[in-house]
Design a protein around this ligand. Sequence first.
Ligand code: SAH
Length: 253
Amino acid sequence: MNGTVTLVGAGPGDPELLTLKAVRAIGRATVLLVDDLVNDEVLAFAAPGARIVQVGKRGGCQSTPQAFIDKLMAAEALKGETVVRLKGGDPFIFGRGGEEAERLRAQGIAVEVVNGITAGLAAATSLGVPLTHREHAHGVIFVTAHARADGEPLDWYALATAAAQGLTLVIYMGVTSIDALQSGLRRGLPGATPAAVVQYASLPQQRQLVCSLEALAASVRAERIGSPAIVIVGDVLRGVQTLSLTRAAAHTA
Ligand code: SAH
């Protein structure tokens, strides 16, 4: 009989942010494929004999090719194994979970998905900031700064316009292109718009800065904030800005 694959969201890092469903799925797995942004501490919930395969990349190492991961998951499931694919945050938020599920289902393999707390939520909460607020923001946009699959560049102006109308922007994978992000958003937003960057949200090594949009790229460089990080832009950050949670220069003159 075929086994199954469960795509499990491991949350942003803090193991306490795992769901009960995730803990149970990890405990039942006979094979676990673990992504790079998953905190190894969650593997404490794995069964003693489970096979753990690290398929991530960090520290300049080559990542495991996606095709290899797909093949391994399918092969193990077809052998009858209970496969858990552990992904950072939520599997269906910028995690290629959708593509993986489609390919497995096309081979007749049953796929389940367990939600995780996505990094954008953890980043905002770690600053004490609500992503929506009846007075400041009536919605939130989760967006990746990475180029789209069709090669079209991101429409920063459209995002800025949305933010100007009261939507909080939560930007994944934004720090490596922070200059383009800042100048793109500045086309539709005032320089004084509050912005924040949270690196390693929910983990002991978390770092954050809060500044104006105008000062964003310079602050990221000055503080040497790198990936993985979430950029948040919007008026919901106003209270945080005055609390000055950051060591970075908050404003340009
Ligand atoms: N599926 C994941 C996102 C994968 S894309 C989720 O739902 O969170 C990878 C990006 O997520 C990183 O480049 C970074 O922008 C963000 N990210 C993941 N974990 C993070 C963390 N602990 N702190 C800040 N950003 C994080």
